[in-house]
Design a protein around this ligand. Structure first.
Ligand code: ADP
Ligand code: MG
Length: 508
């Protein structure tokens, strides 16, 4: 699958353009639509569901409609510009691959936003104007100071509720929006600015991303902004705080007081949910989650993995978590890294007037320090320290030396067997335990064989070692699985594509 999928209009663009797609009224006309095409669409959706997993499917494809199949072009529509840009930048290739698997003549996908009338009938989300995303980046220092002043009462209110400490720097005005976080940012903003009593749009709002990609920043921004609105109480807690503090406080009171306390909170924000542990805590958490959601209160959650991978939580909680809006924030792309750096330099200059970083140096850091927001902060802090301590201006030479150890070599990612099992399990909607078990039903056998095949091709592990890691199987079983999949791939283009997708997911 080396071909870059072609979208007929508005190809995915770099930051922060994803919202710029044009509306296309009339896109939902059903020219040349026939029942056979609709049936085909059902099959493609089944395939997509298998490739992207249930959670992603629900978030991004559930509201997608087929408008027409026009020669080599498939016309699809979604209700919001958000969905359109998100699908374009994250799922373009998978969508095309799934279509091609069913109808090989398909070459292009045209994705349109359904006309306003239809949209009102089908969707609850309110599109956020692109201008807003751009303005975010350009907030001036004066405005920032005003906002700081406005944050003080919010902080007091928050502390009174027993919330975890908030960092004043982690606000919306310092959050830079790019392709990888557009949707999460817009949803966060909407949650933060909702008024008391307004219907809640997506509940819970669940955001997941790797370390240093802005989860805490976004969640604290919701708390700051939300608490700045009269009458509204947003409580930000880390999962740890929830475990040790909130639960104990609630338990010490009567059931009535518990409900009373909950009634007072409009938005409950929980960070790093992957750390929530312990049976009792989980029971409390489940109770709180249900009570708040049923009462129409907003719940916002961040974790380092999607709900389906929170293995310590029980099924009911997981499905409740997956039932709202689940959004992943991807790694920070280079343009976004550069924007963040520019923001940071501007902020540093407010305190250190002589500090300046020439733009080639900023570009160099954005290009080479690729991992996460924390490393970017680290790089700038070092430049600042050098500059302050030596009094010398920041040069490329100095920057290269200062950030050397933050630059990680670009060697291909090493794939772990656990990752393979996790990704394969997710894609095929089985559990990792199923893959390791001795179950022999077809829906488990094939994913298990695929996972073993990937373990053989993507890692240096031996057949006996792979067998051991798959529930203590014999090496001949692994060999059989590898040969089986090799044969199938030669004859089954759809499977070959699925495996390509898996490989890419694992190596990205
Ligand atoms: P996480 O909670 O996902 O591990 P954080 O929110 O703590 O990550 O982010 C790590 C650092 O990177 C913080 O200093 C944060 O302000 C910064 N950062 C991450 N994403 C962004 C962004 N989009 N705009 C501005 N700063 C960001
Ligand atoms: Mg965090």
């Amino acid at each position: 699958m080396s071909q870059i999928p072609a979208f007929a209009h508005n190809p995915p663009r770099a930051v922060p353009a994803p919202l710029a797609g044009s509306m296309q009224p009339g896109a939902s006309e059903t020219r040349s639509m026939n029942p056979a095409d609709q049936e085909r669409w059902l099959r493609v959706k089944q395939q997509l569901r298998a490739v992207v997993g249930e959670d992603n499917f629900k978030s991004w494809f559930a509201a997608m409609d087929l408008c027409a199949v026009d020669g080599d072009m498939v016309r699809l529509s979604v209700p919001t510009r958000f969905l359109k840009s998100w699908v374009q930048s994250h799922y373009a290739d998978k969508l095309l691959t799934c279509w091609k698997a069913d109808l090989p003549t398909v070459r292009r996908i045209d994705l349109a936003v359904r006309s306003a009338v239809l949209r009102n009938a089908t969707v609850k989300e309110k599109p956020v104007e692109p201008a807003e995303a751009v303005r975010e980046v350009k907030h001036g220092a004066a405005e920032r100071n005003d906002q700081r002043a406005a944050q003080l009462p919010a902080q007091a209110a928050h502390e009174a509720l027993g919330g975890s400490p908030l960092d004043p720097r982690l606000a919306f005005d310092t959050f830079v929006v790019g392709r990888s976080n557009t949707l999460a940012h817009a949803a966060a903003k909407q949650v933060a600015l909702a008024r008391r009593g307004e219907p809640v749009m997506f509940n819970p709002f669940y955001v997941h991303a790797g370390v240093g990609l802005g989860k805490t920043h976004l969640l604290q921004a919701i708390a700051w902004t939300g608490n700045g609105i009269a009458d509204r109480k947003v409580l930000y807690l880390t999962a740890e705080k929830f475990m040790y503090g909130f639960v104990a406080a609630l338990k010490a009171q009567t059931a009535l007081a518990f409900k009373e306390a909950l009634r007072g909170i409009d938005v409950l924000v929980i960070d790093d949910l992957q750390f929530l542990q312990g049976k009792n805590t989980q029971v409390e958490f489940c109770h709180t989650l249900n009570a708040l959601i049923d009462a129409g209160r907003q719940v916002v959650i961040a974790a380092d993995r999607p709900p389906s991978d929170l293995e310590s939580l029980d099924d009911r909680v997981r499905s409740r978590l997956a039932g709202g809006l689940v959004v992943e924030m991807g790694s920070l792309e280079e343009e976004l890294r550069l924007e963040i750096l520019k923001h940071r330099v501007a902020a540093a200059r407010a305190h250190h007037a002589g500090f300046d970083v020439p733009s080639p140096v900023l570009s160099f850091i954005a290009r080479t320090v690729t991992h996460n927001g924390r490393d970017l902060d680290g790089a700038l802090n070092r430049l600042l320290a050098h500059n302050k301590l030596t009094g010398l201006p920041v040069t490329m030479d100095m920057a290269e030396r200062a950030v050397r150890d933050l630059v990680r070599p670009q060697e291909p990612k090493r794939v772990k067997i656990e990752d393979i099992q996790r990704v394969v399990a997710r894609q095929y909607n089985v559990s990792r335990a199923d893959l390791l078990s001795s179950r022999r039903t077809a829906n488990v056998v094939r994913p298990r064989q695929i996972a073993m095949y990937l373990a053989k091709t993507l890692t240096l592990r031996s057949l006996p070692e792979i067998g051991r890691r798959f529930g203590g199987r014999d090496h001949t079983t692994v060999l059989h699985a590898v040969r089986k999949i090799e044969n199938l791939v030669g004859n089954d283009a759809a499977l070959a594509d699925e495996i390509e997708v898996l490989k890419r997911l694992l190596q990205e």
